[in-house]
Design a protein around this ligand. Structure first.
Ligand code: ZN
Length: 204
């Protein structure tokens, strides 16, 4: 029987996982591997979290190719990928009981990130300057909700440019087998979520 967990440091050398560095023209800026995040500290050091499950990484490589054809002046920029369960628990301790808790899966249920099958990302130019999406990554207001974009656009809270940038990111991702969620413009899951929870190893 296959183990149900895998240590983050064991991803290297495991055929089920692929490093983001192996995807050409993909920008990587893991926000939880620095201080520019909602907890204000590095949650990943000393571990290398720039990994995805090979199915997700292969899908992301196709997205990179799609974008290179359609919008060669833009790049995908990954903000989070494989997230150890230990870090998911740190988030939960931070947000539990606050309005932000709706944005984080409770530890027992866990995050698809912790299987290497979810990615957070945005668009950037070739120099790495991020494109305006209307809110920053991890903004926990309703302005981040794709499901409410139509209303925000009609009320002028999001510009036509910002809406177009979000649509472009979604089109690129949906085109290559990813699915978005209603509350975060930057988050995408690969494959069937319940199957991932049932059949994939959780990264700890
Ligand atoms: Zn995410």
């Amino acid at each position: 029987m296959q183990a149900v967990t895998i240590a983050i440091d064991a991803l290297q050398g495991d055929a089920d996982f692929r490093p983001l560095a192996s995807i050409a023209d993909l920008q990587v800026d893991l926000r939880y591997a620095g201080r520019n995040n909602l907890l204000g500290r590095d949650l990943y050091a000393p571990h290398d979290c720039a990994w995805l499950h090979v199915q997700a990484a292969d899908a992301l490589a196709l997205t990179v190719q799609w974008l290179a054809r359609e919008r060669p002046e833009l790049r995908l920029r990954v903000l989070d990928a494989a997230r150890p369960q230990r870090v998911q628990e740190l988030f939960w301790a931070h947000v539990s009981g606050t309005p932000m808790q709706d944005y984080f899966a409770p530890p027992d249920r866990g995050s698809i990130h912790s299987y290497g099958m979810a990615v957070d990302l945005t668009l950037a130019d070739v120099q790495g300057r991020e494109i305006d999406m209307g809110t920053p990554f991890d903004d926990t207001s309703e302005l981040s909700h794709p499901a409410l974009e139509h209303r925000h656009g009609a009320a002028g809270r999001l510009s036509q440019n910002q809406l177009a940038h979000r649509r472009l990111l979604r089109t690129a991702m949906l085109h290559t087998g990813w699915q978005g969620i209603n509350t975060e413009w930057w988050h995408f899951d690969c494959g069937d979520r319940s199957e991932v929870r049932r059949c994939f190893r959780r990264i700890v």
